[in-house]
Design a protein around this ligand. Structure first.
Ligand code: HEC
Ligand code: HEC
Length: 451
């Protein structure tokens, strides 16, 4: 029964796994590194230090944050091009949805629609508004550091890297996981819903920024549609890796640079994060050997025992979810089942998801704005997440009369098989939980250190 379910779920997941075909080598000049533990990093954003020059950019992407006054930008032309693509709502079918609609800057580049966050577990509809995805949009910030997907240990079946919650953007097609990911949303029928890459290329090549596209990628850039689709991917990756999206400007970064002190409470939280609460085992908090600032993920796969989120609209998605309410998200197991060599690792990876970064988890446009956490958005506050890690195995299972989720009980994990036994009973006091939350709030970008 279990494997049958996995197989059916995979049919759904497969839809989202399509990416472009032609591989083009992306020229790079500088490798940015950050600390992810012992994992090799492979993304090297190109730094072209040219100015945009006098290209007429006739675009009004209201929420774009780059100042293009005088035709100059703090971003390189390629990064700016990526930003224009990222914010372009003409690139969906029908028009109206941009990448930015599910990855908003003032929410730390995660889901910006509060109604979806409150009512639908942070799971979003596509350009076709009656279709819903199955997972919560993670942040795109710091995502380009994800190493390519690979089997890390053939004995334990541990995998590392890749993009998406299940790592299915592997890096096998365009060389980096980020580049493989970048065009998938355009073609996903539950997201931007284009029929194929050519359709996207046609839109970019007739857009108001088509000249910039040719300036960055060559006057012939639109000639070969497969290559052009790759160029679109590389442009988006450049934007994602740029200082606009991935700036390392949190209070914690300033603290690591000796520019600010953490409060007593934040310090206590940091100590617990790395000690008693063992968060740091997966969400790396220490700088690397050469002082690289940490990413708060080691890109491995795990299952903290996240419960099923009944608010997930995917359960009612009749067209793409034949299982309806019986749907179980297989996580990594759903991804690796496409490779016969990896089938034997399915069971051990059933219900596991890639450890997300914790950078910007508290970044929100205002204090009352609701964000969602975990692949299915089960939690709506950081406090609840920490309380869950602390008491998952202490509180009884919900369902008895008078039970209130998170107060006197927790639901069972969606997939109990691989729920990590090391977390769930951390023995933290209420005050220690608060300390950890205080520390997690130092991870939001945009902190300005005192002079
Ligand atoms: C309809 C909402 C929606 C739109 C539009 C959308 N995304 Fe996403 N994005 C998601 C969801 C949901 C996921 C997680 C999907 C999964 O893991 O299966 C995701 C995952 C990602 C990730 C993976 C991050 C990581 O750490 O693995 C990146 C990067 C990303 N999106 C970039 C983009 C780009 C670039 C575009 C536009 C071309 C885009 N997204 C459009 C919802 C959206
Ligand atoms: C054994 C590895 C591991 C440990 C230890 C761990 N986490 Fe996680 N964490 C994960 C994984 C895997 C996920 C994603 C699970 C999912 O989506 O269902 C996650 C998700 C999260 C999220 C949600 C982020 C988002 O963008 O949705 C938060 C917040 C978080 N962890 C905080 C913590 C804190 C705080 C601790 C310590 C109390 C901790 N984690 C310990 C592996 C771990």
């Amino acid at each position: 029964m279990l494997s049958k379910k996995i197989l059916m779920c995979a049919a759904v997941l497969l839809i989202t796994a399509t990416v472009g075909t032609a591989a083009v080598a992306e020229p790079t000049s500088e490798t940015i590194t950050a600390n992810v533990g012992n994992i090799g990093l492979n993304i090297a954003p190109d730094e072209m230090n040219a100015k945009v020059g006098n290209i007429e950019l006739n675009v009004k992407h209201e929420k774009m944050t780059t100042d293009m006054g005088n035709g100059e930008s703090k971003l390189t032309p390629k990064e700016l091009l990526g930003e224009l693509i990222f914010f372009d709502a003409n690139l969906s079918e029908p028009k109206g949805q941009a990448c930015e609609d599910c990855h908003g800057k003032d929410v730390g580049w995660s889901g910006p629609n509060e109604a979806s966050n409150v009512l639908r577990g942070g799971v979003y509809h596509g350009a076709n508004v009656s279709r819903f995805g199955n997972r919560k949009p993670p942040t795109i910030a710091y995502s380009t550091f994800a190493p390519n997907f690979r089997l890390d240990n053939a004995t334990t079946g541990a995998f590392v890297g890749g993009e998406f919650w299940d790592g299915r953007a592997t890096g096998k097609i365009r060389g980096t996981a980020a580049a493989d990911q970048a065009t998938a949303p355009f073609l996903n029928p539950l997201e931007m819903n284009n029929p194929d890459g050519d359709a996207v290329v046609n839109k970019v090549c007739t857009s108001s920024y088509a000249d910039l596209f040719k300036q960055v990628w060559g006057s012939n850039a639109c000639g070969d549609k497969n290559k052009a689709f790759d160029y679109i991917a590389f442009s988006i990756v450049a934007f994602e890796a740029s200082k606009e999206v991935t700036p390392f400007t949190s209070k914690y970064d300033a603290y690591l640079d000796g520019k600010v002190k953490l409060t007593r409470k934040e310090m206590k939280g940091l100590k617990l994060f790395k000690g008693k609460a063992i968060c740091d085992e997966c969400h790396i908090a220490d700088p690397g050997p050469d002082g690289q600032h940490p990413l708060f993920t080691n890109f491995i796969y795990g299952d903290p025992g996240t419960p099923r989120n009944p608010q997930n609209p995917f359960y009612n998605e009749t067209e793409f979810n034949p299982l309806g309410a019986a749907y179980i998200d297989p996580g990594l197991a759903g991804h690796i089942q496409n490779d016969p060599k990896l089938l034997k690792y399915q069971r051990i990876n059933y219900g596991k998801f890639r450890v997300p970064t914790l950078r910007n988890i508290d970044k929100r446009p205002n204090e009352t704005f609701v964000k969602r956490y975990m692949h299915n958005g089960f939690f709506s506050s950081i406090e609840d997440v920490v309380h869950f890690y602390n008491t998952r195995d202490v509180l009884p299972v919900c369902g008895f009369s008078g039970s209130v989720v998170g107060k006197n009980c927790w639901p069972l994990p969606e997939v109990a098989l691989n729920a990590n036994p090391k977390v769930g009973n951390l023995g933290l006091t209420d005050e220690e939980e608060e300390d950890i939350v205080a520390f997690l709030k130092t991870l939001s970008d945009g902190f300005i250190p005192p002079k």
